[in-house]
Design a protein around this ligand. Structure first.
Ligand SMILES: [Zn+2]
Length: 100
């Protein structure tokens, strides 16, 4: 089973979070659990937008892996955030293992 990488965000939000999921539905459910903004709740389920980041399938979301997959979190100015501000929100098995 492949842990597929997705970039997840709420419709019209200005931020996104990378999450893994075996299916898009599982990725959405994980996003709901780990996304950092308490303003959102399960009623926003249909507002979640997912985009595949195939370069990070089965790989923990590290700065280097994301860079290799051509994904960058952007800062307020739309510039790629530096490595020291990189944060992995995903709590899947491979990401958890990487954080140990
Ligand atoms: Zn993960």
């Amino acid at each position: 089973m492949i842990l597929r990488a997705y970039r997840a965000e709420f419709d019209d939000s200005e931020w996104c979070v990378l999450v893994h999921g075996v299916t898009a539905g599982k990725a959405k459910a994980r996003f709901m659990r780990v996304q950092p903004d308490p303003w959102f709740d399960n009623s926003m389920w249909t507002e979640i937008r997912l985009k595949r980041v195939p370069g990070c399938d089965d790989k923990p979301f590290t700065f280097a892996n994301c860079q290799a997959a051509n994904f960058y979190y952007l800062d307020e100015d739309g510039e790629p955030s530096p490595e020291n501000q990189f944060h992995n929100y995903c709590n899947c098995s491979i990401c958890k293992e990487q954080k140990l």
